[in-house]
Design a binder for this molecule. Structure first.
Ligand SMILES: NC(=O)c1ccc[n+]([C@@H]2O[C@H](COP(=O)([O-])OP(=O)(O)OC[C@H]3O[C@@H](n4cnc5c(N)ncnc54)[C@H](O)[C@@H]3O)[C@@H](O)[C@H]2O)c1
Length: 255
């Protein structure tokens, strides 16, 4: 028996990367999982790779109507919703001098507003489930230790962390059994990371530069982040809410 038997998880950004790794970990622990992503083609393949107890739905996380649809699809398919993992996100490099309005708006829409919309869309179904529920939002090492070349990313993720803590406080102090926590990955080997590697001229040198920002001296794997998400999504962390959990080889506290 898994610790998440009887639980239903909706995961965004689940067509690949950290979202899909988290779906696998939750599914292996007994949860039924609804994969949600804007990328329909990769979604179908991802759902097929998990199999029984897994379904997929297209979601544009920046749209409240799309969120409503994803929650309704989850309830219709699996009869409830107890876990929400917000992993959809974008990261485009720009500093204070080069940041354009479009990039700023995109980061705010996907990394911040979408997470608030998701928490709001999921809350009524979670309250109706009668079970202890959990929301896990994927932030970043860069919200704990901002970097100059990623101003919109750092700011949008930091705002999302503040929103997560506000929601955690609201639920806790109103005795609503929904915990909200954030996971803060360092550089993790996913399609997002590969896009950054592709921007460098020399793959090995770019990888080494990323690894050097983590005192453990390497890049992380999506499965390592998935285990942190599993911990926060499950009753293993039943007294933990409003917390930030780094998964970054000590990157956020490096010299
Ligand atoms: N990979 C890293 O190094 C790293 C480091 C720190 C934080 N993170 C965070 O982890 C999360 C997952 O990142 P990843 O590395 O798996 O990235 P990824 O690019 O591999 O996956 C992100 C997913 O989000 C989806 N998405 C984008 N916009 C969407 C929208 N509007 N609606 C629904 N889905 C949308 C994409 O289609 C994609 O499948 C992100 O929030 C990211 O910011 C990643």
């Amino acid at each position: 028996m898994g610790m998440l038997d009887g639980h239903v998880a909706l995961l965004t950004g689940a067509a690949g990367g950290i979202g899909l790794a988290a779906a696998r970990a939750l599914h292996a622990d007994g949860a039924r999982v609804m994969l949600a992503d804007i990328d329909e083609a990769r979604l179908a393949e991802a759902a097929a790779s998990i199999g029984e107890g897994c379904a997929a739905t297209r979601l544009d996380a920046t749209s409240r109507a799309s969120w409503q649809g994803a929650v309704e699809t989850t309830l219709a398919r699996f009869g409830g919703l107890t876990i929400l993992v917000n992993s959809a996100g974008i990261s485009e490099p720009a500093d204070i001098e080069t940041l354009g309005d479009d990039a700023w708006d995109r980061h705010l829409a996907i990394n911040l507003s979408a997470v608030i919309y998701g928490m709001q869309a999921a809350t009524p179904a979670m309250k109706a489930s009668g079970k202890p529920c959990a929301i896990v939002n994927i932030a970043s090492m860069l919200s704990m230790r901002p970097g100059a070349p990623f101003i919109a990313y750092c700011a949008s993720k930091s705002g999302m962390v503040a929103a997560s803590k506000s929601a955690a406080l609201h639920f806790a102090s109103n005795r609503i059994p929904i915990r909200v926590n954030t996971v803060h990955p360092g550089a993790i080997r996913t399609p997002m990371y590969e896009r950054y590697i592709a921007m460098g001229e020399d793959r090995e040198a770019t990888e080494a530069a990323f690894a050097a920002t983590h005192p453990m001296g390497r890049i992380g794997e999506p499965e390592e982040v998935a285990q942190a998400i599993l911990f926060l999504a499950s009753p293993r962390s039943s007294f933990t809410t409003g917390a930030e959990l780094p998964v970054d080889g000590a990157g956020h506290i490096r010299d």
